[in-house]
Design a protein around this ligand. Sequence first.
Ligand code: ZN
Length: 248
Amino acid sequence: MKKLNVVIWNEFRHERTKEKIKAIYPDGLHAAIKSYLDKNEDMEVSLAALDDPDQGLPDERLENIDVLLWWGHAAHKEVDDALVEKIRERVYTGKMSFIALHSGHHSKPFKAIVGTNGNLSWGREQKEIMWNLMPSHEIAAGIPDHFLIESEEMYGEPFYIPQPDALVFGAWYEDGHIFRAGACFNRGAGKVFYFQPGHESCRSYYNPYVLRIIENAIRWAKPTEHGYEIEDKCPHITAAITEEFNQL
Ligand code: ZN
């Protein structure tokens, strides 16, 4: 059986520069997620970081990824635009799926793939209740009707995303805000999931339900076998047409 090639990409700066964050995630928050996922024999999970060569995703690696998870925050602008375009292309042609975690709502790939500015409302860290809005969905498997996250950064509505194709989780916060916290999008032949928990100074990537949702989302996101190559260029644009246009 071919294993699902899963890469967890992390900006991986807060955990290396701030003692408080390092104490929570000594090897990075991506490593905490990986250590939970490693029990799955059908997945090959590896890590990538912004400061790795080729920002962690050289072509030969990117071309083999089935599901790419993305956590970025303060260095979104440093991500190479050409890499973002390659990621978007792989998702649109159904070769790879994309899961944006927490502050990944403002990442270049999420914005480019989904088509949004990613803006939302922010608030203080507080108690959050995650509501299971769609128990029939594969991503909600094993998740109760609601669960408590002791402390998370408040992300509130309006969240300027296009209408999700499925809204699996909704968040309620102590201060009364609500948020579309777990949303699926189909883009081209590919799949995208956004999931809100995961602020670097909170401990959400140790919460068993948060981790189970990420695991479920990876399985849901497994690329479909199309059995054909999806064309991305109009075959009617010939060299002759291009030559004519060049003469204008
Ligand atoms: Zn945050």
